[in-house]
Design a protein around this ligand. Structure first.
Ligand code: UD1
Ligand code: CA
Length: 457
């Protein structure tokens, strides 16, 4: 993938200015728009990941007033991101200028991206930057719009970008142009501040338009050009429906990437990934599987249908599900088998262990080749604290046992079915924690005869 990137970009310093001030009232949400998640990562997180992968060595995030939550989210992804507050919403040009201190350091390249436009790719950012190294002062990102209403129009003359006209300010003839502004822009760092400071707000919206940077650059004798992308990449998110569309597109990319890396997805459209899901070679994922954050599945493992995994590590050749739920801290050993209706949390399971049906294991260490019978559970919680269960290698836990933690069961030990085990069991011992079976000969027949007689009186 990286071989297609222009070779000049890595050596140039690059500041990414990320506009993240949008409140997003159409989301009808108590949280800011850019913190809504796609594939378990905020839109802001996606954009920050892309700009850093694209070689931005400094990141400035422009946020609205009192948005510590947005600042914290930015720092999770990029710990040394600089946060700038845009106090009043006076337009995209004004928003970029909020990061004046970062711009004043004159990086080689400046890229301006929107946190609510999360699908922009690494390759696109590289193409946006590339003309700067050839001397262009401004590069805008254009796309052919199915419906150009509302977008700024790119006014071109051959390869030169002459101006960008906002829809509200455009003439009829200009509104007929379908090449639209995707919003993202690259500026040459040595002239960016000089250009941005000349932007005025004499237009239909009385805003400081970033798009005016094009005409200003030209008036100062610089060149402006455009890079173009398919419309999907500049898909902006303003409401929940557009959020779902962005989710669909990112899921599709994650599925394609997994298959390209040697994963079999039997029905890719039914498998949902997290941005950080890592699957090894020859992993097979059956239909209808959901991966939450923090999952690694190693080579040759199979995830059967209707399983839900998060915060989980699955070693090579293990089998998961169908209908398994693996929660954070589940570590499944090589060739271990987890069957249907099994929930596992914060538990290490050794190689070749089998937990085939209807089981809850929480806060446990399970040795290699242990067999856990159907319906066995760890009682790890007493309403106040959580306690661990340790089961040694090769132990056999009979069906429907309750293992009351804290508890240690030695290697090779045997727990009889239906036991409530409250005390440690030594290695190779048998533990029975249940009432002895009582058999009363003829009891049932006598009961029926007596009852029948009483009824027919
Ligand atoms: C902008 C472009 C338009 C382009 C469109 C693509 C300008 C003047 N217009 O228009 O040419 O076709 O994007 O979607 O740039 N923002 C701030 N502070 C502000 C204003 C905006 O941070 O004061 C942020 C918004 O949160 C958003 C982005 O900048 O992420 C774009 O702002 P928006 O108001 O949506 O711009 P448009 O009018 O759609
Ligand atoms: Ca917009």
């Amino acid at each position: 993938m990286t071989s297609s990137l222009p070779s000049n970009t890595p050596s140039r310093s690059c500041l990414a200015v990320v506009l993240a001030a949008g409140e997003g009232t159409r989301m009808k949400s108590s949280k800011p728009k850019v913190l809504h998640e796609i594939a378990n990562r905020s839109m802001l997180g996606h954009v920050l990941a892309t700009v850093t992968e694209a070689g931005a060595d400094r990141v400035a995030v422009v946020i609205g007033p009192d948005r510590d939550d947005v600042a914290r989210d930015a720092h999770r992804q990029v710990p040394d991101a600089e946060i700038f507050v845009q106090r009043e919403r006076l337009g995209t040009g004004h928003a970029v200028l909020s990061a004046r201190d970062a711009l004043a350091r004159r990086p080689d390249d400046v890229i301006v991206v929107y946190a609510d436009t999360p699908l922009v790719s690494l390759e696109t950012l590289a193409r946006l930057r590339a003309p700067l190294a050839q001397g262009a002062a401004v590069v805008s990102l254009g796309f052919e719009a199915r419906d150009p209403t509302g977008y700024g129009r790119l006014i071109m003359s051959g390869d030169e970008l002459l101006d960008i006209r906002e829809h509200k300010d455009a003439s009829e003839a200009e509104r007929a142009i379908r090449l639209c502004n995707g919003g993202l822009m690259a500026l040459r760092g040595d002239v960016a501040l000089a250009i941005l400071e000349k932007i005025e707000n004499r237009n239909a919206k009385q805003e400081y338009y970033l798009t005016d940077a094009v005409a200003i650059a030209r008036s100062l004798g610089h060149r402006a050009v455009a890079a173009t992308v398919p419309e999907e990449e500049v898909h902006g998110v303003n409401d929940r429906a557009q959020l779902a569309q962005a989710e669909r597109m990112i899921q599709e990319r994650l599925r394609q990437a997994a298959m390209a890396d040697g994963v079999t997805l039997v029905a890719p459209e039914t498998v949902f990934f997290s941005h950080d899901t890592r699957l090894g070679r020859d992993v097979i994922v059956e239909p209808h599987v959901v991966f939450g954050p923090g999952v690694v599945v190693e080579d040759g493992a199979v995830v059967h249908s209707f399983s839900h995994l998060e915060g989980t590590h699955v070693a090579p050749q293990a089998g998961i599900g169908p209908f398994a739920r693996l929660r954070p801290g589940a570590e499944i050993g090589p060739k271990a088998k987890i069957g249907n209706f099994v929930e596992i949390k914060n538990t290490q399971l050794g190689a070749g262990a089998k937990v085939s049906h209807l089981t809850y294991l929480g806060d446990a260490n399970i040795g290699a080749d242990v067999n856990i019978g159907a319906g066995a559970i760890t009682c790890n919680y007493d309403g106040f604290g959580k306690y661990r269960t340790e089961i040694g290698e090769g132990a056999f836990i009979g069906s429907n046992s309750s293992l009351v933690a804290p508890l240690k069961i030695g290697a090779g030990a045997f727990v009889g079915s239906g036991s409530v085990v409250t005390e440690d069991v030594p290695a190779d011992a048998l533990a029975l924690g249940r009432g002895r079976q009582v058999v009363k000969e003829e009891w049932a027949r006598n009961f029926r005869v007596k009852s029948q007689a009483a009824k027919s009186k």
